[in-house]
Design a protein around this ligand. Structure first.
Ligand SMILES: Nc1ncnc2c1ncn2[C@@H]1O[C@H](COP(=O)(O)OP(=O)(O)OP(=O)(O)O)[C@@H](O)[C@H]1O
Ligand SMILES: [Mg+2]
Length: 412
């Protein structure tokens, strides 16, 4: 599929996928009959440079058609002021991300501006090109308030760019690790809000999309945050259509990010919905501990978050040793205990004993219903080990220290 002209490839793929997906009534909410094909001619790439905002903002939940527009490279160069360094907001394995401003003429002829994030993919790499296509196709077909919105793309010559809604608070990684002294650590309630929203996004992929979608790239860097710290999953380039019918897994090359990959998947290449549940468990562990999945500045076992955490997760008396010191004990002990139990279940070695993500949403909703409320005159309540009453999940925690570490992404 790595042709010189990705726009053609996108259109072809859309067409093919349209046919096949139509057979499966793809990406429709389950249990609802749908005859229409989600991939319609009207959503096929067009080369006009104006962005029709009348289709935006999208409805909050996922059943309406999503459209991604084709932009010219010139449009995006103008939007980002020629990819000016000052507009650089991040960089990942596949390229740089810039903040940009696009303009759109509305029905009444008024011009309005809106902010976007433009990902400029590195030119080299077949894999990047494949992922570019998968990303577009997935985000065209999927829509949920906890998934990032794709506005459009550019495939001109060698250039590959993706245009997303701009997420003002950046990624979860930016708020969890290596905080500058002026940056406020995330409080407990916000961490739970992020965990719950993320689990809801994953539930949409697993339980609503049909056939299900395995995300495969759950990690703090891919959880983007809006102004109110509502999370959205991003980066769907590694996503896979999940097994259908009697099949329990899809066989793939092992891909993902080091530290988040489920052990069973890493061993066998058999990808299941439970692979995502494991990665979500790692994310929960990061939220609880404020530690990175891999931290080379630490010594021995401590470098690997899951290895380090295992003895604490297996002994309920030690659960509280997992707490991020930056929380300063400001969390409800019982809810904390429950989250550790959920985390431990998601991190089970055997995939079949991990919960399904919908059950995790139920458990985290229960946790969210017990927010931390600071007590006047005693603004910090130090938590101590106490009994748990976890909702229908069973499992079994360590001292966190200062945060520091390097990113360790092992994408293949
Ligand atoms: N839509 C967006 N709005 C705001 N910031 C964004 C957006 N998309 C990405 N970013 C910022 O750019 C950074 C890099 O994102 P990108 O997805 O390219 O790489 P990554 O996820 O960190 O790593 P990798 O691509 O190697 O897995 C993010 O961590 C985030 O801070
Ligand atoms: Mg990302």
């Amino acid at each position: 599929m790595e042709t010189d002209n990705s726009a053609v490839a996108i259109n072809k793929l859309r067409f093919c996928l349209g046919e096949h997906m139509g057979c499966f009534s793809c990406f429709r909410p389950q249990r609802k009959e749908n005859t229409s094909n989600r991939i319609e001619d009207s959503s096929v790439a067009r080369s006009n440079s104006s962005f029709d905002l009348r289709r935006k903002p999208p409805p909050p939940h996922g059943e309406t058609k999503n459209c991604a527009q084709s932009f010219s490279f010139h449009d995006l160069a103008v939007a980002t002021r020629n990819f000016k360094e000052a507009n650089l907001i991040g960089e990942g394995g596949f390229g740089k991300v810039y903040k940009g401003q696009l303009q759109s003429r509305q029905a009444n002829n008024d011009l309005i501006s809106f902010v976007v994030a433009v990902k400029h993919l590195n030119r080299e790499g077949i894999q990047g090109s494949k992922e570019f296509l998968v990303e577009i196709l997935m985000l065209i077909m999927l829509r949920h308030s906890n998934l990032v919105n794709l506005y459009g793309y550019c495939a001109e010559g060698d250039e590959r760019l993706l245009v997303y809604e701009y997420m003002p608070q950046g990624s979860l990684e930016d708020h969890l690790f290596d905080l500058s002294p002026d940056k406020k650590p995330l409080d407990w309630n916000t961490r739970i809000k992020i965990a719950l929203g993320t689990a809801r996004g994953l539930t949409y992929l697993h339980d609503v999309a049909n056939p299900p979608v395995i995300y495969r790239d759950m990690k703090a860097a891919n959880i983007l945050l809006d102004d109110n710290f509502n999370p959205k999953l991003s980066d769907f380039g590694l996503a896979k259509l999940g097994p259908v019918g009697d099949r329990t897994h899809v066989s793939t090359r092992v891909m993902g990010t080091f530290g988040y990959c489920a052990p069973d998947y890493a061993r066998s290449g058999k990808l299941t919905l439970k692979s995502d549940v494991y990665s979500f468990g790692v994310l929960l562990l990061e939220l609880i501990t404020g530690r990175r999945t891999f931290d080379s500045s630490r010594i021995g076992q401590e470098q690997y978050l899951t290895k380090w955490a295992r003895p604490f997760l297996n002994d309920r008396r030690k659960f509280f040793l997992l707490a991020d010191p930056l929380l300063e004990g400001c969390f409800p002990p019982r809810a904390f205990h429950q989250v550790v139990v959920v985390t431990s279940m998601c991190l089970q070695d055997q995939p079949h004993v991990r919960p399904i993500i919908a059950d995790v949403v139920v458990a985290l909703s229960h946790v969210a219903s017990q927010p931390y409320i600071p007590v006047p005159d005693q603004s910090k309540i130090c938590s101590s080990p106490s009994s748990s009453s976890s909702p229908s999940l069973k499992a079994s925690g360590t001292p966190s220290r200062a945060r520091k570490g390097r990113k360790s992404s092992l994408k293949e």
